[in-house]
Ligand binder design. Structure first.
Ligand code: UN1
Length: 511
């Protein structure tokens, strides 16, 4: 692993010790020592000093100062910065994908997809840089103009998770940059090298453009304490955080205390309904990619399958057979479909959830540790299917591992009730050829999630749509559509170009 890592880092120009970047200067942190391990074989990749409180304060300070200049740069010029970043990402795609696989363990093909997601969002943001439109509104008063403008919001705090170590940065950073904001990024301490590589690329591009002030992008690495400092920093009007529900709750409370804004993308406990008319071949493929792909470690991973009783036995049989044949192993190896879990703790959490499911009446298929034919030292598991009743408490919780709860239903109302009967609300899907079921699922009486799909799985969203979910998922929307509005502030302007002063609502105020 170490040799593969060293050559990849060398090509990407990443130094293993200067892990932090503030004001375009790379330096080492002044906090605790942080060790980084590869999920592939558990070997240590690097260790370095994480950020201290002072390091975070310095990063925020740079971001605040850089923002003052960056907000004045015309948005299409900001777009040019992002266009060049996208170009560099295209050139580095393979190396970045290698690094993502090394550090977070997803199969190489999925890592390539993740880097492509960054490139796609760059393209989207470049177009957006000429389309940050405000509205013109009809004024009720003569010779008055009423309009909205969107202005840059300020420096943005960004906290990202290990499972999408580069794409979620791009969703936020590329949009924030064209909106005129600066950034302080805290990646997951599990995947700092990916962050350092992305940051290198972006700052190298910045160095070639005089319009980009130093400190527009800042990188601090650390754990929950660093996340809390970002949440508490009054210089950051917006904190965008992706991760677990407990993490989001802690961040949101700290941000709310200072009346800042938070943009949250937290856990999913995503469900899919399989109706009696479903195309079973298609459904099977969609289900397996969503449930077992990325070793169950996407926030969009399919965790609950809600199947009509008339097709349940057939589907369960086919799913079990496919699961038994899924190739689990080294994520670099061609043909592997399921890589390792991120670490031993994740494997323990999976085993504990399966035990609990068993105690709650579940029948567990698979889920055992895989030790043959896989690199030693990694946490490899066979994805699990658990036949269980929808009322079992374990079905309410998200375990970040490949566990698919197999639930049965008789009526469509029952299916929707089961589907919506969890605290989370990120991604959802229905497999059906019945247009009424499909439309009902997407309607206000159907799925209560931020993402509702028909005849595709719950995971693997395109960047063009707004991404995020309801309920405990946190309500944020990132990436495409009008998610850019989160990174800007709206000013409503009323301009009187007459010599009279008529008051709104017809109020008379004679002086
Ligand atoms: C995540 O798991 O945090 O829709 C993001 C998907 C990917 C993004 C997942 N495009 O599965």
């Amino acid at each position: 692993m170490k040799t593969k890592l060293s050559s990849t880092l060398a090509r990407l120009g990443v130094s293993e010790t200067a892990a932090l970047a503030t004001g375009d200067q790379w330096h080492s942190g002044h906090g605790n020592t942080l060790a980084v391990y590869s999920p592939i074989d558990g070997s240590q990749l690097v260790s370095f000093a994480a950020a201290s409180g002072d390091d975070v304060a310095r990063a925020v300070d740079f971001a605040v100062r850089a923002f003052r200049g960056w907000r004045l740069v015309p948005a299409p010029v900001r777009g040019e910065f992002v266009r060049r970043i996208g170009q560099k990402l295209r050139e580095c795609k393979e190396d970045l994908a290698l690094l993502v696989t090394l550090e977070c363990g997803k199969i190489l093909e999925e890592s390539r997809g993740e880097v492509q997601e960054m490139i796609d969002v760059c393209d989207f943001a470049v177009g957006l840089s000429r389309q940050l439109y405000g509205l013109s509104i009809a004024s009720e008063r003569p010779a008055h103009r009423l309009a909205e403008q969107w202005h840059p919001l300020g420096p943005v705090g960004l906290i990202t998770a290990f499972n999408f170590p580069v794409a979620v940065w791009a969703w936020n950073a590329m949009i924030a940059l064209v909106c005129g904001d600066s950034l302080v990024w805290k990646p997951s301490p599990t995947t700092p090298l990916c962050a350092m590589a992305c940051h290198r690329i972006a700052t190298a591009v910045a160095a070639g453009m005089t319009e980009v002030p130093p400190g527009v992008l800042n990188l601090v690495i650390g754990g929950a304490d660093v996340g809390q400092q970002i949440a508490a920093a009054t210089g950051l009007p917006l904190v965008s955080a992706t991760g677990s529900i407990p993490m989001g709750r802690a961040v949101a409370q700290t941000v709310a205390k200072r009346l800042g804004r938070s943009l949250l993308e937290l856990g999913g406990n995503n469900g899919a309904i399989v109706g009696p008319s479903a195309d079973m071949d298609l459904a099977l493929r969609g289900i397996v990619f969503s449930a077992a792909g990325t070793c169950g470690q996407r926030c969009t991973t399919l965790r609950r399958l809600i199947v009509h009783n008339s097709v349940a036995d057939e589907l369960l049989g086919r799913l079990r057979k496919t699961y038994e044949q899924l190739r689990v192993g080294d994520p670099f190896e061609e043909g592997t479909l399921v890589g390792p879990l991120v670490d031993q703790r994740a494997a323990d959490a999976m085993a504990a959830a399966l035990d609990a499911a068993g105690e709650q009446g579940g029948r567990v298929h698979g889920g055992d540790r895989v030790t043959m034919g896989v690199p030693a030292g990694g946490a490899y598991v066979r994805p699990a299917i658990v036949e269980i009743g929808p009322e079992a408490p374990i079905v309410q919780t998200e375990t970040f591992a490949p566990i698919l709860y197999f639930l049965r239903y008789d009526t469509f109302d029952e299916a929707i009730a089961i589907h919506n009967g969890v605290p989370q609300g990120l991604a959802s899907a229905i497999f059906t050829n019945d247009v009424r079921e499909a439309e009902l699922f997407c309607s206000q009486q159907g799925s209560d999630c931020g993402i509702a799909n028909v005849n595709i799985g719950t995971s693997g969203a395109e960047i063009g749509g707004a991404f995020g979910g309801e309920k405990e998922t946190g309500g944020g929307r990132e990436s495409g559509s009008d998610a850019w509005k989160n990174y800007m502030r709206r000013a409503t302007n009323t301009i009187n170009y007459s010599s009279q002063l008529p008051l709104a609502q017809g109020i008379k105020f004679p002086l």
